[in-house]
Design a protein around this ligand. Sequence first.
Ligand code: DLL
Length: 443
Amino acid sequence: MTVPDTALFHPASTPDYLPRPQLRALQLDRLQTIVRRAYEYVLLYRQRMDERGLKPEDIRTLDDLPALPFTTKTDLRDTYPFGLFASPMEEVVRLHASSGTTGKPIVVAYTKEDVAVWTSVMVRSFAACGLHAGDIIQNAYGYGLFTGGLGAHYGAEGLGATVIPISGGNTDRQIRLMQDFGVTAICSTPSYFIHLAERAAEMGVDLRKLPLRAGIFGAEPWTDSMRRHIEAAADIRAIDIYGLSEIIGPGVAVECPCQDGLHVFEDHFYPEIIDPDTGHSLPAGAEGELVLTTLSKFAMPMIRYRTRDITSLMEEPCACGRSLRRMRRIGRRSDDMLILRGVNVFPSQVEEALLAVEGTLPHYQMVLTRRHGLDDLEVQVEVTPEVFSDKVGALEAFEERLTRSIEHVVGLRAGVRLVAPNTIQRSEGKARRVIDRRNEQGA
Ligand code: DLL
């Protein structure tokens, strides 16, 4: 496997622009190697393939991939901590872990080569965003077991840019350094950046007047309305980056300057779209669950990993010239879905409905309770100080407008409560949008 020499980095020298037939040949070659490796070294893969009477040599073309069994988060939990490793510990140079919301954490492993691949896809991600040596990148993704911090760090260094490893939190200091060091790009979750922009305004710092020109935002779903809000508040380009620990971390897919879908680094991660209910592959362009296969990861190959993220693949070529297919931005996860009074509700739809009404701020929480055996949703949302200082009657009218907007987008009448500015808890990492109190006593 060749990894681009990042010191001499130029996007044209990467597989970003490979003609599709060449890319597919590379994918097949890597897929066959990885399936062989998984079968040889990982008991779970061997057992699952044996159950289906499959041998690695049965993977003759990329179209044979759907014959292979899926891997799920439960498999990672059940084999905790090291059961899916395909490399001996002597070759594993890094572990990351995610705590998850319930139960056991999951652990992921990297060999030196895996870290090099991760660095290369992050370098390519930053380059696709228009960053280069000379840029000063403030990395506000959390450092530690979360993959965001170190993933972006290695990528920024690999690109030859200057990285400020500040991690999440300590917002006032972030703003001071941003001014003092002339930061040109920031990496963080979109929700943390919104918090930072608000705090900057409170401190009398106008982000629009700073050299900051790009934000590389990911790790949580965010809508186009949120993007517009961020771009206007800071006069920057807000770029979407996607990834997940199980596959590598950030750097699985990223937007190019066209900002119309995220290019998947298909030479390392093979995407498929399936129906989340039946598991069947869906035709090109259809929306469904994203399934990813790592084509080059040694320490912990992932075969047909069910991400739970809902998207679709765009087959048409992109104006930027990259031959890598794009996926539409992830608005939701299949396990995000709430069913309330028979209506399917996703937090991203509620966000869209709220931000469609001028005067609403992108700080909201959905609180679920149960009354007399029936589920109830209350959407708490912050509004601008101008709206909030209005008379009671005006506030009620505003709440009613939001209720109607939600009803229009989601098809459900939910309670809306305007809350004072700065009431909804800010997060340094991923925002928590849903508070489920349905099983609390007395609820
Ligand atoms: O969040 C890796 C990452 C770090 C990505 C920094 C981008 C930037 P996990 O903690 O394992 O890894 O969470 C992965 O987060 O399955 C999606 O549901 C969600 N997610 C990540 N990026 C995006 C995005 C990191 N751009 C899970 N849009 C994924 C929407 C995203 N959801």
